[in-house]
Design a binder for this molecule. Sequence first.
Ligand SMILES: C[S@@+](CC[C@H](N)C(=O)[O-])C[C@H]1O[C@@H](n2cnc3c(N)ncnc32)[C@H](O)[C@@H]1O
Length: 299
Amino acid sequence: MDELGDKIEILSVDLLDRHRQQVQALRDLCAPIGHQLGWHYLLDLVWILENLGDPAGLQIVDAGAGLGLLQWYLLEQKAARVFSVDRVDRSEVTLTLRARYRIQGVRPGDLKPSMAIVQKNIRAAHGSQKFVSALRGLAGLLLIALPKAFPGRLMIYNQDLTSMSEIADNSLDAVVAVSALEHNAPEMLPGVVAELMRRLKPGGVLLATLGAARERDWFHEPSRGWNYTEETLQRLFDLPPSIPSNYGCYDELMATLKDCRELRENLSSFYSQSGDNGMPWGVWDPQYQPVGVRKVKHQ
Ligand SMILES: C[S@@+](CC[C@H](N)C(=O)[O-])C[C@H]1O[C@@H](n2cnc3c(N)ncnc32)[C@H](O)[C@@H]1O
């Protein structure tokens, strides 16, 4: 990890050039695990990874992980244990992911047995597809039994971030949260932050990306997320006003984001399928910018 201190940083598109190899590695991981990236997620991911440093051997919570890319990338970078926490039920995580990674439930109900997924897939298939599905399931089970390329373990925890009693206090090296915490109402967020900080070891770091707002907080309906001013982030994350921040460059950074050909030309296909998303009908028109918050747990 670099010189650690608290900070608030609107994510500049320069991050993409600074981390070319990592950007490519993240893009390359999408296909084998069947993932599509949100329009600003590469920025969020490389900012978090830049601030985290080498994750090898670390115990990390991915807060509001969903089935997002970061948790899998951290395992591939040899993180020791990644707790994947989300209120969304991921107990039926695919056989493809189970074949590639060591995955476990924190509690018995957090991850269904692989056999239950095979049976469900066979039931859902029709006619001759049933036979194909059964063969695929069998192949899947064999792959799951093979040794894994990555030493770490993903711990699925289908739980709200406000109460994570199965994770011990002072036990984590880092908490990462990719575009997740803004889905909590402002009055709820300090409770979430306090719960996450409690789980960190002294010296551990919380790295969260959210949406930035220029003059007043506002709610972005299509993504159902809040965008926050610098003052609101300071208050919600209990950070002093003296910490470094680049909100003063909000307009310049927004202009370079709007002009970013690389992000504009690589929008995931799901954006063009509806008008009810962060980039309606796939037309590049960013309404907000991602911002990173780094908060260190002091002794
Ligand atoms: C936009 S998604 C991002 C998912 C993932 N981080 C990624 O990189 O794709 C936000 C996720 O945060 C989760 N989330 C937000 N607040 C939460 C909370 N208080 N407890 C549990 N999950 C939460 C939501 O359920 C959702 O899955």
